[in-house]
Write a protein that binds this ligand. Sequence first.
Ligand code: SF4
Ligand code: MG
Length: 326
Amino acid sequence: HMNLLEVKNLHTHFHTDRGLVPALNGVSFSIKKGEVLGIVGESGCGKSVTSLSILQLLGNKGKIEKGSIQFKGQELTTFTKKQMRKVRGDEISMIFQEPLTSLNPLIRVGKQIAETILLHRENYSKNQAKEHAIKMMKMVGIPQAEEKYSQYPHQLSGGMRQRIMIAIALACNPDLLIADEPTTALDVTIQEQILGLMKKIAHETGTSIIFITHDLGVVAEMVDRVIVMYSGQVVEENDVVSFFEAPKHPYSQGLINSTPAIDQGQKLEAIRGNVPAPANKPNGCPFHPRCPMASDICKTTVPKNTYFGKQEMVNCWLYDKEAKTS
Ligand code: SF4
Ligand code: MG
């Protein structure tokens, strides 16, 4: 199997008191070993639901209705809760935005890493786990690791806490790390250090990373390949260079144009309007109410995916040859 993870035609719905919310409507993508994949889009596009679906952390109301999630050749959608717990502990790790809420405030940070290590290495002694934890702390760039080992979360800065979270996430040597806006709460310099660190670790250890963010600056720095989500669908898939040089989907173009130019430091053009609520999706192309290129067919008919080579895709009528000639 070439791909570590292969998601196909994933439909995830939430069954709420106010009715059915179709959060994902046929999401497909894949990631190779050692690859860093960015998932971008405004909030409400389905980025987080995609990662929570992979991890099967959807709560009581969320359900995968259709589709397939192949991880190392195994079909995760058929896994029991117990099997999924094992996958989440051993093979897929995650890092979320707020490390203060994820770390236990009452346990010394080093011990929290050591406990994770002990869960996965039953043959380790406590001392070996401690040594390994200190090694991990050094690897994620924590100075005076021996000393910091015995500190509590509140004694560390936000950046140091996020490094502890990365150390915990990597402690079991996962095949896949899912990072959902992991640096949003940190200041820019610390963000850059953490991102650089994650990229280095991915390339050194062969860990694949799914990086979920709304920040295109982060994407430019971090990822090998990009998928753009809009209204619960993937609307573009591209390698990172082509994505910035020649974005295909009008939504991607809008995202890139609304990002402050690095050399100009100003907003060029924001995308007008808002992401539609999943329960109120417009007919046709869900982006049509905001799209400067929309034509009549866009308002009535959902566009098909058009592929360029193996891993470049756009979901837009502008690229559909049949639509153009008819
Ligand atoms: Fe715009 Fe039409 Fe393409 Fe949708 S299908 S992005 S409305 S041009
Ligand atoms: Mg989110």
